[in-house]
Design a protein around this ligand. Structure first.
Ligand code: AHM
Ligand code: MG
Length: 332
């Protein structure tokens, strides 16, 4: 099985994917190719992000590009790049993106997969040089190969994900993903243009000491959440909130902790999106030994009804998420 194949730290992403595929002699390699397409898109986006700060300096890039078009915002650029990479790759028949209302038909009628995408999350952090991320989730299509894809292809349960991951554009750029056999982390070397395996079999500590939420929303939280937070403070846990989901999630997964986005007055169903923010991170955290719930049920068990639906999110170390959930149960 995939787990039996040990791959050493320092292996390139391409080689890693190849080695893992050897464990499945009957796999056609389409999913592997899809992961490579996503890696390619993320390298391009990484490049755009790294020069974003220069775009506004007169004489360096100008506000118009060579075609005389206005420079687009980074989240739009990321959206275009991802969709282009997935179209060209050929494995994906449809995409749902945070940046677009409707399902995107790639025209690849024979693509077996669909992808849900947040091309660049944490947009409020872009202009201030703080970490941002891309999040993705992959499903097998349900409509027959060769036909026109539709919403049923993307409105699938989180349990049906065949792969999920994110790219973190932080002090280093990292790609972290799972295909349901553990979580693997790769760090990007821009000088070589390669991702290298840096984190094998990531596991989140069962108990953590970090709690992450937007303090400004505290008065909107239910008593159970408020008392959980008070408990964290009594224990002198560290409060850490970047406001960039991928970065907050990544830190908590490596160090142990919990991220909370409860319902608020402004966002009564929570702020975060189920399909391309919560599902993929929930698959990753379960693979890493942690938990993700909406307070009532595991995130992955929520039945999706709308492409852009939102959900409350409690995600991280199993022990912490369990405590929050138990507190909430007494409220229902
Ligand atoms: P976005 O998709 O509009 O970028 O919003 C998602 C972001 C997450 O990255 C982050 O965790 C959260 O919104 C922060 O929200 P808030 O500013 O309300 O704390
Ligand atoms: Mg987002």
């Amino acid at each position: 099985s995939e787990e039996d194949i040990a791959v050493p730290v320092g292996t390139t992403l391409d080689r890693f994917i190849m080695r893992k595929q050897e464990a499945f002699p009957y796999a056609t390699g389409e999913l592997s190719q899809l992961i490579r397409d996503i890696a390619l898109a993320s390298k391009i986006i990484n490049r755009e992000i790294n020069r974003a700060g220069l775009i506004n300096i007169a004489g360096m890039y100008g506000t118009q590009n060579i075609q005389g078009e206005e420079q687009q915002k980074l989240d739009v650029i990321a959206d275009v790049r991802f969709i282009r990479a997935l179209k060209n790759g050929g494995e994906v028949c449809a995409i749902i993106s945070e940046e677009q209302d409707k399902i995107i038909d790639t025209g690849n009628r024979h693509g077996k997969y669909v992808v849900a995408l947040d091309p660049l999350d944490g947009s409020s952090n872009i202009d201030v040089n703080v970490s941002i991320g891309s999040i993705f989730s992959v499903y097998r299509r349900v409509t027959p190969v060769g036909t026109v894809p539709n919403e049923t292809d993307v409105l699938q349960s989180g349990r049906k994900q065949v792969a999920a991951g994110y790219v973190l554009y932080g002090s280093s750029t990292m790609l972290v993903y799972t295909t349901g056999h553990g979580v693997h982390g790769f760090t990007y070397d821009a000088s070589l243009g390669e991702f290298f395996l840096s984190h094998t079999e990531i596991k989140i500590p069962e108990k953590g000491k970090i709690f992450s939420y937007n303090e400004g929303n505290y008065d909107d939280f239910s008593p159970a959440i408020q008392s959980y937070i008070t408990d964290c403070k009594t224990r002198r846990y560290s409060g850490r909130y970047i406001g960039s989901l991928v970065a907050d999630f990544h830190r908590n997964m490596l160090k142990g902790g919990i991220y909370l986005y409860p319902p608020t007055q402004k966002a009564p169903n929570g702020k975060l999106r189920l399909l391309y923010e919560c599902y993929p991170l929930a698959m990753l955290i379960e693979q890493a030994g942690g938990m993700a719930t909406d307070g009532k049920q595991p995130i992955l068990d929520i039945v999706p009804t709308d492409l852009h639906q939102r959900t409350p999110l409690y995600i991280g170390s199993a022990d912490m998420v369990r405590t929050v959930t138990q507190g909430l149960e007494t409220e229902y």
